[in-house]
Design a protein around this ligand. Sequence first.
Ligand code: CA2
Length: 151
Amino acid sequence: MPKPVFVLNGPNLNLLGVREPDIYGTVTLDQVKSACEARAVTLGLSVDFRQSNHEGALVDWVQEARTKACAIVINPAAYSHSSIALLDALKAAELPVIEVHLSNPAARENFRRHSYVSLAATGVIAGFGVQGYNLALDAAARLVAPAAAGT
Ligand code: CA2
């Protein structure tokens, strides 16, 4: 079994399923975590699923991933649009990085149209709600072990 995929979640995502269901749906972050764990098993992977409201914690976790993870799936939330620190950490991690967004930021306010994190991302999945996390894990599996993932 490879090292875990770190699934990192940024600020306010702890409110998932609790507030603004019209934009972000009714599924809670705990349920997303369970869904990721189940998907990972089917892919022969494991996940280490975390959320923080603090930029520095996310940077610390990305640095930790460099040696402890095989890939990073990250929904940086609002830090997507502001954090050069997160961008620098992700670049330094030298791992596959899949950026996930529940909504499609390109179809929302102008300030969401630029993501610093995208500059370090292998790929971006946006607009598919919580299903995007499954898609991101599928992508991670292919990037980490293409033969085992059947591609
Ligand atoms: O669509 C996404 O996943 C976002 O990363 C969500 C961020 C937003 O700043 C990005 O532009 C796009 C916001 C996360 C806030 O999550 C909440 C969830 C429920 C209720 C309130 C906020």
